[in-house]
Write a new protein. Structure first.
Length: 211
C-alpha cells in the first residue's frame, strides 16, 4: 500500500510538468529556443548597419590598418603592380589620399561590389581609386562604371583622365567621387564592366557618409 501511495503521489506531482510540456507544444514554443528566436529576428531584420560609418576596401589586396581586405565582390581577377614605381596620390588627381600599398593591387575584368550593412536610406560618398599599372597609353583600357545601376563613368580611360588633369608621367592615380543612397537593405552596388577597349579595373574603394 505504501508503494502504491508513493507512486500515486509522484504521478500527481509530475502532472503539472506534463501539462506544461503539452501546453508548450501546442503553442509551438521550444524552451531552449531563446537564442534561436533571437537569430531569426536578426536574420529577418534590416541590415545591422555594421558599415554605417563607412568602409574602405583594398581591391585585390590583403588590406592594412585603414583598408580591409578585398571582399563584397563577385567576378573578376586580381593582380598587383609587380614592383613598378609611380605617383599614386598626386594632388592633381587624388582629393583623398590613401596608403600607397592599397594602390599597388587591383581587381580587373567585369566585377561588381555589393557593399552591405550601411544605413538604409542614408547618403554616402563613393570614392573610386584608379591607377593603371599595366597600360600606359590613352585608348588601351576603356571601361564603364555604374553605381546602384546608374552609369557614372562611361568609356572611362584612366590614362586619359590623368592626362586631362595635368599628369606629366605614367602611373599616376585618379580618384572619382560620386554620391549614392543606400537601399532599403542597406546596400550600395558598384559595377565595373568592359567598354570599348580591354577590361575594367579598380584599385581601391571607399564608401563614407556624405557630409
Amino acid at each position: 500500500m505504501q508503494a502504491s501511495t508513493s507512486r500515486t503521489a509522484r504521478s500527481r506531482s509530475l502532472a503539472p510538468v506534463w501539462l506544461i510540456a503539452f501546453a508548450v507544444c501546442l503553442l509551438g514554443v521550444v524552451p531552449f529556443g531563446a537564442s534561436g528566436t533571437a537569430h531569426a529576428a536578426t536574420a529577418s531584420a534590416p541590415a545591422s548597419a555594421v558599415n554605417a560609418g563607412g568602409v574602405n576596401i583594398d581591391a585585390g589586396g590583403a588590406g592594412d590598418a585603414t583598408f580591409q581586405p578585398d571582399e563584397y565582390y563577385s567576378g573578376g581577377l586580381t593582380a598587383d603592380n609587380q614592383g613598378q614605381a609611380g605617383n599614386p596620390n598626386w594632388p592633381g588627381g587624388v582629393a583623398h589620399p590613401i596608403p600607397v600599398s592599397d594602390w599597388n593591387t587591383y581587381r580587373y575584368l567585369d566585377n561588381t561590389y555589393q557593399i552591405p550593412a550601411l544605413t538604409p536610406g542614408a547618403a554616402y560618398q563613393v570614392r573610386l581609386y584608379f591607377l593603371d599599372w599595366y597600360f600606359t597609353q590613352v585608348g588601351q583600357r576603356v571601361f564603364n562604371v555604374a553605381v546602384n545601376g546608374t552609369p557614372v563613368l562611361s568609356d572611362f580611360d584612366i590614362v586619359k583622365a590623368a592626362g586631362d588633369l595635368g599628369a606629366d608621367g605614367t602611373h599616376q592615380g585618379i580618384e572619382e567621387d560620386f554620391t549614392a543612397t543606400a537601399g532599403a537593405t542597406g546596400a550600395i552596388s558598384i559595377a565595373f564592366t568592359r567598354g570599348s577597349a580591354n577590361q575594367a579595373m579598380v584599385n581601391a574603394i571607399s564608401v563614407v557618409p556624405a557630409s
